[in-house]
Write a protein that binds this ligand. Structure first.
Ligand SMILES: [Zn+2]
Length: 303
């Protein structure tokens, strides 16, 4: 923070493009090379609209008119593969079209990948926090704007990506919808550089991983939570939570980083809001009255 020299927008954009192309080859992590140092190599990580954030219900601006996100293809089995990229267990869609639109999103977005953030114990792991509360795991489903020429271009556009996040909570019983994923984790324990080390998953519908009929979410504009931290993400953080058992979560904690340590606590600390407004499509205060609609809330231009 504060070390960034003034640059023109064009220069910043060029820098962002270079970082997107080289991010996989430049080392970063969550320990010695952790989040407080990212901005030394990836200047965008020191900018002012970063993610994740702490969501404070009393400051959330609830707006009925945002409506619900329409999830298209979430109910259809699709083909996917999973790999340990040294930072997370990442699942890429290999065949099948899954989209989100509506719900105040500035376009239609296609699902690219999903991945997880988890802790070494149940008291931490999520990236977003709600009223300061941390959750043991958080899944991010990353979608890119279909009107962009490709993912690379989406990474340069405001609102180029739409990420949706769900928190997990510990349940007594296993969540069997996660068996397809967790059964493959022993095959990706060690970090292997390259997509060829991906392991195919049995086909299943993405919606099976989610709570039934998820519809309540918080909305704000932020960034990728990993380098190069591009500030192009429309975030929807859902209120409904996913169950997972302690046993299942322990399988994620067995994964290893590129340096041979345990891959856990792979979450970035919450970032300052810097005047951003968090909205919600539900009545956060849970009273009969929705908060009064304000005029210049800083989000209008995005809708
Ligand atoms: Zn993430």
């Amino acid at each position: 923070m504060g070390e960034i020299q003034p640059r023109t927008c064009a220069a910043l954009l060029l820098l962002a493009l270079i970082q997107v192309n080289t991010a996989t080859s430049v080392h970063w992590g969550y320990e010695n090379d952790g989040p407080s140092r990212w901005s030394k190599i990836f200047p965008l990580c020191g900018e002012t609209r970063q993610s994740p954030i702490n969501i404070v219900n009393s400051k959330v601006y609830a707006r009925q008119k945002i409506g619900n996100i329409t999830m298209i293809g979430y109910d259809k089995p699709i083909t996917m593969k999973i790999r340990n990229n040294g930072h997370t267990a990442r699942i890429d869609i290999t065949r099948g079209d899954v989209f989100i639109t509506n719900g105040g999103l500035p376009g239609k977005y296609k699902l690219l990948q999903l991945h997880f953030h988890w802790g070494s114990d149940n008291g931490k792991g999520s990236e977003h926090t709600i009223n300061g509360e941390r959750f043991p795991m958080e899944v991010h489903l990353v979608h890119y704007l279909t009107s962009a020429a490709n993912v690379g271009e989406a990474l340069t556009l405001p609102g180029g990506l739409a990420a949706i996040g769900f928190m997990f909570e510990i349940s007594e019983d296993d969540n069997n919808e996660y068996d397809n994923i967790i059964s493959k984790l022993p095959q990706i324990t060690e970090y292997r550089d390259g997509d060829i080390f991906s392991v195919p998953l049995a086909e299943f519908a993405i919606g099976d991983l989610l709570p039934n009929n998820p519809c309540h979410f918080y909305r704000y504009f932020g960034s990728l939570t990993t380098p190069s931290c591009n500030e192009i993400v429309v975030w929807s953080v859902f209120k409904e939570k996913i169950n997972i058992s302690e046993r299942q979560l322990s399988e994620f904690r067995k994964l290893m980083t590129s340096e041979g340590g345990h891959l856990q606590n792979n979450f970035r600390p919450v970032q300052p809001l810097n005047g951003r407004v968090v909205q919600a499509n539900f009545n956060v205060a849970d009273t009969d009255d929705w908060l009064e609609e304000k005029e210049n809330d800083g989000m209008e231009k995005e809708e």
